[in-house]
Design a protein around this ligand. Structure first.
Ligand SMILES: [Ca+2]
Ligand SMILES: [Ca+2]
Length: 173
């Protein structure tokens, strides 16, 4: 299975994340998960600059799709102070429909008590394409922006995160 681990950081200490780190992983049987692509977006609030490297093949990810996903991710306000790695979002397709299309995208919000420490699941959410037409239409009732209410704003956030994640095509059976 493939998954994406996203980290946002507020390096300027002004209450807004300005850096996004995207790690694209491949799970391997009997071995540690392999980091395939490592992409960093800086100055996200003004003119974003993207740098990346691949530990495997050539880096063939579409930059505008990366930027779209990062924009949705930042709207969650799930970020770290300074250069900490306590809060992460892990995104993956966990089920495929009969036609082989992804029909559920999962989002795991994880947090550790120390930077880089063992993370525990704080909240999760999911988006579903039950009829395999490529459009996500059902969403869990999750308070992903953590303002205390699970409403249509959260569903729209889950929809845009799921749609932009699927655009990256980082999934495999
Ligand atoms: Ca659908
Ligand atoms: Ca909410």
């Amino acid at each position: 299975m493939r998954y994406l681990k996203a980290i946002a950081q507020d390096l300027h200490g002004n209450g807004h994340a300005n850096t996004v780190i995207l790690h694209f992983y491949q799970q391997r049987v009997g071995r540690p998960d392999e980091l395939i692509h490592d992409i960093v977006g800086s100055d996200m609030s003004s003119c974003a600059r993207w740098t990346g490297r691949s530990h495997h093949d050539a880096l063939d990810l579409n930059k505008s799709r990366i930027a779209s996903f990062a924009d949705s991710f930042l709207r969650l306000n799930w970020f770290n102070p300074a250069s900490h790695w306590r809060r992460t979002l892990v995104v993956y397709v966990d089920h495929f429909g009969k036609k082989g299309r992804p029909n559920s995208v999962k989002f795991d919000f994880r947090e550790s008590t120390t930077s880089g420490g063992q993370a525990s699941l704080v909240c999760n959410a999911a988006a579903y394409d039950g009829d395999s037409d490529g459009v996500l239409e059902t969403f869990t009732n999750s308070d992903v922006d953590r303002n205390g209410v699970a409403d249509n704003v959260d569903k729209e956030l889950i929809r845009s995160l799921g749609t932009t994640f699927l655009g990256l095509t980082w999934y495999a059976h």
